[in-house]
Design a protein around this ligand. Structure first.
Ligand code: GAP
Length: 483
């Protein structure tokens, strides 16, 4: 069986995402803005479902985690304390010949080289390009030395634009959590160990946004800061790695395409005791979805130092005082959306007439299509993640009794789930349109419905159809969608 090459798969997916309204280039009518994306009607639902699934698992279903929604712009001291002002940089180089700009490590990676340090130094700022480095665009070796570029977007608070009013769009949601740690602790009656979770936009002025939405300049994060007693970091870190891997499988990423990258001691930040990245096999390579780090007391400790406010916790049981350590699972919503789209995307051969009982066959790109078939594109999302859960079709649009019966069912279903109404075209075409949108169920109301109050329920993946009473539809759907 010959599979589609990964580059073509991504190309086909990008085109589907635009055509069906998952993802658009931001400001497309003005030529686009590199690193910014808009989510269309289906994409907005997909992202909402990812965030809801995360929030439900990480906050609502737990006794030991509470939520927060902090401001995007925080006091600039926040970023001094966090270290972002000084150290949140990427090494940037320019080709003097063609003026192209690169992230030095990515340029080296593209050339199969390794970024080096100047001899005798260990600071990131003293990086140097290895011999053999050249501009991938024009081939020139006349490239500047790497220099540190801060990734935070700057803005000004109020009408005056000078150094006293400079502020930053947050590059991560985490610092808002640390800054509110005391208030949340006081109001929530939580005890260590406990966590604060937040979902929200983050902004990084990436030197080279790339791989579709994978590395963007505006994106969303879903972060948990889980505060633990010093000395228990390792067990909680292990716990959260296992929890997070399970969550990815529940939303439809298979174990076989998920990986863990365990940081070596020499790769860890000086304050961290462990870090594991969760990776997924994207068409452009195996890349990070989430980082899970045991960060010690670095964050609360630094905010204590910079704000002068105590971040100490008093343990009522042991009468000990300590600055809690933190374990941080930090995920990117947009990367998860992209992984789910890549995972869901399939092309299959199916009989031209979508008759009950026909079986889809994965396309074999080395073979001609069998006679009597057509290619269907289908997004096999897990039902809990699918943007539209169910589509309702009256068999014929010019039969008012069918339309009104179907409309009644549609109105009832959409109170509970995102549902879609489609009266246009042959029923097979309507199924195909929903296959491409990733809708797991289609319901057809036909003449038999008028006689016995039953409908046809068609499953997207198997294309199998069953007949069931209208009264049983909601329970049947709930079984698949809400588990
Ligand atoms: N508070 C820790 C933190 O922000 P990070 O590894 O820099 O850690 C966490 O970011 C997650 O945010 C990443 O695993 C990724 O999913 C997402 N992310 C980071 N930079 C991104 C970008 N430029 N575009 C899209 N997602 C990004």
């Amino acid at each position: 069986m010959s599979e589609k090459n990964q580059g073509s798969k991504l190309e086909a997916l990008v085109s589907l995402c635009k055509r069906r309204g998952f993802i658009f280039q931001a400001s497309e009518i003005y030529g686009g803005l590199n690193g910014f994306w808009d989510y269309g009607p289906l994409g907005a639902e997909l992202k909402r479902n990812i965030k809801d699934a995360w929030w439900r698992t990480m906050v609502r279903e737990r006794d030991d985690v509470v939520g927060l929604d902090s401001a995007i712009i925080q006091h600039p001291r926040t970023w001094e304390a966090s270290g972002h002002l000084e150290g949140f940089t990427d090494p940037m180089v320019d080709c003097r010949a063609c003026k192209k700009r690169y992230r030095a490590d990515q340029l080296c990676e593209e050339l199969g080289l390794k970024l080096e340090f100047e001899t005798g130094s260990n600071a990131e700022k003293k990086l140097k390009l290895p011999d053999g480095a050249k501009c991938p665009a024009c081939g020139s070796k006349d490239i500047t030395a790497p220099r540190a570029f801060n990734l935070m977007f700057k803005t000004f608070v109020g009408p005056q634009e000078d150094t006293s009013t400079v502020a930053y769009l947050r590059p991560e949601t985490a610092q808002g959590i640390f800054a509110q740690y005391n208030n949340v602790l006081a109001c929530s009656r939580q005890k260590v160990p406990f966590g604060i979770a937040q979902i929200g936009k983050a902004f990084r002025n990436e030197i080279n946004p790339r791989n579709y939405t994978f590395r963007s300049r505006e994106f969303e994060q879903m972060e948990l800061e889980f505060f633990v007693k010093p000395g228990t970091d390792a067990e909680w870190h292990e716990y959260w790695v296992a929890e997070r891997l399970q969550w990815y499988q529940r939303i439809g990423l298979p174990e076989g395409r998920l990986h863990r990258y365990v940081y070596g001691k020499d790769e860890l930040a000086h304050y961290a005791s462990a870090c594991v990245d969760v990776l997924y096999d994207f068409p452009f390579g195996t890349q990070e979805l989430e980082g899970i780090a045991a960060r010690g007391d670095f964050d609360l400790g630094r905010h204590q130092q910079f704000s002068g406010k105590s971040m100490e916790y008093f343990d009522q049981d042991t009468k000990e005082k300590f600055v809690p350590h933190v374990v941080e699972p930090s995920a990117g919503t947009d990367r998860i959306a992209l992984a789910l789209l890549c995972e869901a995307f399939h092309e299959e051969w199916v009989p031209t007439s979508d008759v009950a009982g026909s079986q889809p066959i994965p396309v074999d790109y080395a073979q001609p299509m069998p006679p009597g078939c057509e290619t269907r594109t289908v997004l096999r999302f897990a039902p809990c993640i699918a943007p539209i859960k169910v589509a309702v079709f009256p068999l014929l649009k010019n039969k008012p009794e069918l339309v009104s019966k179907a409309r009644g069912l549609y109105d009832a279903l959409r109170k509970r789930w995102s549902a879609f109404w489609d009266v246009a075209g042959a029923i097979g075409r309507r199924y195909r349109r929903q296959d491409e949108a990733g809708t797991p169920f289609g319901i057809t109301v036909d003449f038999q419905t008028l006689a016995d109050d039953t409908v046809t329920l068609r499953a997207r993946d198997s294309m199998q159809q069953i007949r069931l009473p209208i009264a049983d539809v909601a329970a049947k759907l709930a079984e698949a969608i809400e588990t």
